[in-house]
Design a protein around this ligand. Structure first.
Ligand code: NAD
Ligand code: UGA
Length: 469
């Protein structure tokens, strides 16, 4: 390939938490490029196309504004996968890659069935020269599999008489965090492009150059790029497990984890980000990406490496169980028929995503003890809560509250599980009067003032803080 490749048409396969926001930001910054985001999930595409922007399938600050500006102009959402692939010069694969639930590697390896299905679709429907970009998080060496699938389409009899196809595969992992996706995409710390074809790399780089400074765009080989994504998530998760391990020690010794985090974070070598102690990390990626890293390590015979990362996950699970045990013990070891107000269900603030949310494990533990949970979350749909706690079945011990007042009324305890801004602003004098006594607040996010609540006669437990002192 000699000529530079000019990208006029982009297709993104997968209209999820990554595909939707990522393509929206590209569309906003590159008005000359036509972008079509496709998905096999019709309901999801319909929601992306809904006239009422409150019905978009994903809640992300700033997303509605971009959709309003670009949708129907250079940004389209469609179920017509073949046609979008056929028109595209560049195709992003942004499909889900969860942990395999059966067969070899079950419980650890990534399930690549959606990636493989997308690659086969591309092989079938693409025309001419097409750059295929891995946006999903993938095990190292997946680009090799994708290349084999794409190149084999040339050998397939079905395509004998069709126009010649030419594919280049790049890795371009996404580092956005939910809740700040639009900002992360607009002002990325870096953009990583892995590949072995210079023209293809330049073509992708030329898109980012519309809004990202050149020195923030890193180019590596394919395998470094794929592995960097898994490594970044593993390092971030490791910091959370590290500070959560210290939170338990703080509670025993009288140290305050927030003070410790501040003290260590001011050391430039450590840095202050990702040192907030909480109920353990959630979200769809940290756990699955570390499991994937463990699987890869063991696959290459590096047992010690796998064992090392395993500990990050173990600590995370322990933190969640530890919190539900503390709640149970403080409430006299008996939760039967006690009303517990759960404030926050999403895995972090500013998202409606509940995947792997620590709230799921903690709520299940409390339900197991017989508690009645009155759950309030500003953005999570009731159906998502029922789905995660009881597989969608009715459970009379799960009540979804529409307001904080309703959730906390006559509660024996309040458990803050997500750091939504509204929970920083709770009117404790009013709430405390309407709780059943003795009342407890369990703050797993470290956002309340222990002093203020104690003055109101509420018993308080805050993560990483000893109320004995
Ligand atoms: P998601 O489940 O929200 O979206 C994936 C979408 O792909 C779904 O809507 C699904 O219907 C669609 N899909 C699956 N197979 C398809 C096919 N053959 N054709 C068309 N559509 C298909 O997932 P997500 O959270 O957007 O994550 C996607 C990838 O990005 C994963 O690999 C994840 O690890 C990675 N990632 C996620 C985040 C995040 O914050 N969620 C951040 C960085 C990277
Ligand atoms: C994370 C990474 O931050 C992104 O860079 C990455 O692209 C993404 O995973 C992915 O690959 O999916 P995300 O899971 O959306 O993003 O959100 P984070 O802000 O990383 O939070 C993850 C979890 O860690 C949340 O449950 C959060 O509450 C928790 N957390 C985060 C803490 O407990 N303490 C902290 O200091 C930071």
């Amino acid at each position: 390939m000699q000529k530079s490749l000019k990208i006029k048409n982009i297709c993104c396969i997968g209209a999820g938490y990554v595909g939707g926001p990522t393509m929206s930001v590209i569309a906003k910054n590159c008005p000359e490029i036509k972008i079509t985001v496709v998905d096999i999930n019709k309901q999801r595409i319909d929601s992306w196309n809904d006239n009422n922007l409150d019905n978009l399938p994903i809640y992300e600050p700033g997303l509605k504004k971009i959709i309003k500006e670009c949708r129907g102009k250079n940004l389209h959402f469609s179920c017509d996968v073949d046609s979008a692939i056929g028109q595209a010069d560049m195709i992003f694969l942004s499909v889900n890659t969860p942990t395999k639930s059966r067969g070899i590697g079950a419980g650890q390896a990534s399930d690549l069935k959606w990636i493989e299905a997308s690659a086969r679709k591309v092989a079938e429907a693409a025309k001419g020269t097409t750059i295929v970009v891995e946006k999903s998080t993938l095990p190292v060496k997946t680009a090799e599999t994708i290349k084999i699938i794409l190149d084999s389409s040339q050998k397939d009899n079905k395509f004998k008489n069709s126009e010649k196809k030419d594919f280049h595969v790049l890795s371009n992992p996404e580092f956005l965090a939910e809740g700040s996706a639009i900002n992360d995409l607009q002002y990325p710390d870096r953009v990583l492009i892995g590949g072995d074809n210079q023209k293809a790399i330049e073509a992708l780089e030329s898109i980012y150059l519309f809004w990202v400074e050149k020195d923030k765009i890193i180019k590596t080989n394919l395998w470094s790029s794929e592995l960097s994504k898994l490594t970044a998530n593993a390092f971030l998760a490791q910091r959370i497990s590290s500070i959560n391990s210290i939170s338990a020690l703080c509670e025993e010794t009288g140290a305050d984890v927030q003070e410790v985090a501040k003290a260590i974070g001011m050391d430039k070598r450590i840095g202050s980000s990702f040192l907030k102690s909480g109920p353990g990390f959630g979200g769809s990626c940290f756990k699955k990406d570390i499991l994937n890293l463990i699987y890869l390590s063991n696959y290459y015979g590096l047992k010690e490496v796998g064992n090392y990362w395993e500990k990050v996950l173990e600590l995370n699970e322990w933190q969640q169980s530890r919190i539900s045990q503390i709640i149970t013990k403080k409430l006299f070891g008996n939760l039967f028929d006690k009303k517990i107000s759960i404030l926050g269900f999403s895995f972090k603030a500013d998202t409606n995503d509940v995947r792997e949310s620590p709230a799921i494990k903690i709520c299940k533990d409390l339900l197991e003890e017989g508690a009645v949970l009155s759950i309030f979350d500003p953005k999570v749909e009731s159906s998502q809560i029922f789905e995660s706690l009881s597989n969608g079945d009715e459970n009379k011990n799960i009540i979804i509250s529409k307001t904080i007042q309703e959730s906390t009324l006559n509660a024996d305890a309040i458990v803050i599980l997500t750091e939504w801004q509204v929970f920083y602003e709770l009117r404790w004098p009013e709430i405390s009067k309407k709780m059943r006594k003795p009342s407890w607040v369990f703050d797993t996010r470290g956002i309340i003032s222990v002093k203020e609540l104690k003055k109101l006669g509420i018993n308080v437990w805050r993560v990483g803080f000893s109320s004995k002192i």
